[in-house]
Design a protein around this ligand. Structure first.
Ligand code: GDP
Ligand code: MG
Length: 683
């Protein structure tokens, strides 16, 4: 595995040739080619180098200098990189472009620039300037490579190029305030090659610093930055290397001690200071560099903070898309069952864990980017995930509602089977249990960090439960009323039959007394049960009204049953016989010639028909009445009801009809009576 920090790397013996183990770790990539096109493979290479997940734990170093000053040779020695070195024998030009390679055993990305010497050849200064600018903008440490004999030659070497680079660079940073806390500095590390030793480093350093200051002072500076100093932006460091060919061992020792400055954190001259870091997470480097190159290419003013924000937006969007994809894949599994109406067990827990995983995935990589952008994109992602989960939440609520409601129905129906249950208790228990069930399920699926609520659905459920409870109670009440009605019929039957048979003048008083007593008992029974049903006052009023009406109708049915034409005619006949054949003392009558047969006959007939024709007690306090339909239309469940009409047993027409039919029957008795009179006279 790789050292997580550059300082942990072990000593190595550069250069490392291709083909040994770790080859893929040190494969180089042409970041920008001869045609000034930025490579699409940089990201892949960073990943192949194992730096993708390094976060901020990596560094970038680049080199700047004239053609064939041993830059690539130096980089390969320092970092174990595999950059092309010009062949000694045929001095062939290496492939032009900007190259990058991972340092061996160090989390360092090393950039090498290959170019023509435009200044000498009079061509392609554009590429040199742009690649230099690119190196400066994207690296923490820029190695400025030059021959010792170039020192002090302002016009010679690359000092002119440096002026241009400084100028544009200042333009890039021009918009930023000097006191900005996050301002980045860059280390310019001058490496003086082929140092003979006669001029001490201190003198060379002095000359170079003077030259640089001169260049700096000669820059045309952006508005507001007229007084800014070179040292406001750059740290300068200097070192020398001995002649590689003349004193190879010395050269080697010099390289090793220079290398220490890149690897040893404890070295007082350690180069990778936090202030130099560009604060671009490793997985964003490819995109970041590409956009810098684009801006360099199009000669736009580079504004690095804005650049960082743009990059953060781009990368955070990419990471959010990834996180969202991951989330969607997971959430997909339950979408179907939820839509199909199933209550998914533990759905809330699952949703929370998908969300957590996706957010953690996002946070891991995105948190390294511009904090403001990251926070904004994070909030967007949370909102997106929540809105993806919203339908599942609502679906689960709907299904819980359906489930609780049907479970309530089942429980109540099971609870009121057989006898000995308390309807009110059954309903109350089932309500509490199933609303509890819903609340429990809804709480499980309610995620924190959302504005979700299940109150509305719960209210709807309570409402639906009460509707069903009402329906059950109505059924139950109806059942009870029917039971009571049956009891009433049974209780009244015998007594009413008896009263009607007696046909005494106070017959209806007896009938009504029985009726009222029975009804009173029935009402008491109803009210006794209704209290446990939790019936409302209104429901009780309705039920009692129904009960009274049914009781009355039962009575009327009983009366009708007892007073069919035939039975009534029989009653008339027996009453006539009684009156006609026996006297008041019950002694058989012997008709005498002067007896008034007609009036006895009439009396028998006229006594019963009016008595039976209308339900009318002698004692008016026994009168009973019910509201008719015209008074209370809510009772019209079985046709029109006219109470007054129900008091009439025989209508006028019926009475006349009965009277006629009775006369026909009675005629035989009448004739027989007359005959017996005649015979008694004859005796
Ligand atoms: P670059 O074009 O700056 O990358 O230079 P190269 O690394 O390709 O080297 C160019 C030539 O200089 C090669 O032939 C090297 O062998 C040679 N060279 C490398 N380092 C040194 C050095 O320190 N001194 C001298 N005199 N020659 C060197
Ligand atoms: Mg080179």
């Amino acid at each position: 595995s790789l050292a997580s920090s550059s300082s942990l790397s072990a000593d190595i013996n550069p250069p490392v040739t291709n083909g040994v183990n770790g080859q893929s770790l040190t494969t180089r990539v042409q970041v920008v080619n001869e045609d000034k096109e930025f490579s699409k493979d940089l990201g892949d290479h960073i990943e192949r180098w194992g730096l993708h997940n390094a976060g901020f734990g990596y560094d970038v170093v680049a080199v700047f200098g004239s053609q064939s000053t041993g830059k690539s040779t130096l980089l390969n020695r320092l970092f174990g990189t595999t950059f092309d070195v010009m062949d000694e024998s045929n001095r062939q030009q290496t492939t032009k472009g900007i190259w990058m390679c991972r340092a061996q055993n160090m989390n360092v990305m090393v950039m090498d620039v290959e170019g023509t010497d435009g200044r000498e050849r009079g061509e392609d200064q554009d590429f040199e300037r742009k690649s230099a600018l690119f190196s400066l903008a994207s690296s923490e440490v820029l190695l400025v490579n030059l021959w010792e004999h170039q020192v002090g030659l302002y016009q010679g070497a690359n000092m002119g190029l440096l002026k241009t680079v400084f100028e544009v660079n200042l333009g890039l940073f021009g918009k930023r305030r000097l006191d900005e806390a996050t301002r980045q500095r860059t280390l310019l590390l001058f490496v003086i090659r082929d140092h003979v030793g006669s001029t001490p480093l201190a003198n060379l350093q002095k000359t170079l610093t003077l030259d640089l200051t001169k260049i700096w002072n000669g820059l045309s500076k952006p508005e507001g930055l007229e007084d800014c100093q070179l040292t406001d932006y750059f740290d300068l460091a200097f070192t020398t290397l001995s002649h590689k060919v003349l004193v190879p061992e010395k050269f080697e020792t010099d390289v090793q001690s220079l290398r220490k400055r890149f690897t040893d954190r404890d070295d007082p001259n350690f180069v990778f200071k936090p202030a130099y870091h560009k604060r671009i997470p490793a997985d964003g480097v490819a995109h970041y560099m590409e956009s810098i190159w684009e801006q360099v290419q199009s000669n736009k003013d580079l504004d690095l903070p804005t650049q960082q924000e743009l990059l953060a937006q781009f990368r955070c969007d990419e990471l959010a898309t990834l996180a969202l994809e991951m989330f969607n894949t997971q959430a997909k599994s339950v979408r179907k069952p939820v839509e199909a109406g199933q209550v998914v067990e533990g759905l809330g827990g699952m949703m929370q864990s998908w969300k957590n995983e996706s957010m953690a995935r996002f946070d891991r990589d995105a948190s390294r980017y511009h904090p403001g952008v990251y926070a904004r994109k994070r909030a967007d992602l949370v909102a997106q995930i929540n809105s993806g989960l919203g339908p599942l939440f609502l679906g689960q609520l709907k299904n819980l509602h359906k489930f609780a409601l049907s479970s309530f129905k089942k429980e109540v129906l099971a609870g009121i089977k057989g006898d000995g249950y308390d309807f009110g208790e059954v309903v109350l228990g089932a309500t509490a249990r199933n609303e509890g069930l819903f609340r429990e399920g809804a709480t499980e699926v309610l995620l924190p960090d959302t504005d979700w609520s299940y109150e509305e659905e719960l209210q709807q459920l309570s409402h639906d439960i009460s509707l069903i409870a009402d329906q059950c109670r109505a059924d139950e009440t109806k059942k009870m009323v029917s039971n009571i009605e049956r009891t009433i019929k049974k209780q009244m039957s015998e007594s009413i039959e008896h009263s009607l048979n007696q046909a005494t003048p106070d017959m209806w008083d007896n009938v009504l007394r029985t009726f009222k007593e029975t009804l009173a008992k029935a009402e008491a029974t109803y009210l006794g049960k209704a209290t446990s049903f939790n019936c409302t006052e209104e429901e009780n009023t309705t039920s009692l009204a129904i009960l009274r009406k049914r009781a009355w109708q039962a009575l009327r049915a009983k009366v009708d049953e007892q007073l069919t034409d035939l039975t009534f005619l029989a009653k008339l006949k027996s009453r006539f016989e009684e009156k006609f054949r026996y006297d008041k003392e019950g002694v058989p009558r012997v008709w005498k010639p002067d007896d008034d047969v007609d009036s006895v006959f009439r009396a028998a007939r006229d006594e019963l028909i009016p008595l039976f024709s209308k339900i009318q007690p002698k004692d008016r306090s026994l009168e009973f009445s019910l509201p008719s339909d015209s008074d209370d239309s809510t009772l019209t469940d079985e046709g029109e009801f006219d109470f007054e009409a129900t008091l009439v047993v025989f209508t006028e027409a019926k009475q006349a009809d009965l009277s006629t039919r009775f006369r026909r029957d009675a005629d035989a008795y009448y004739v027989e009576a007359k005959r017996s009179m005649v015979s008694s006279i004859a005796q």
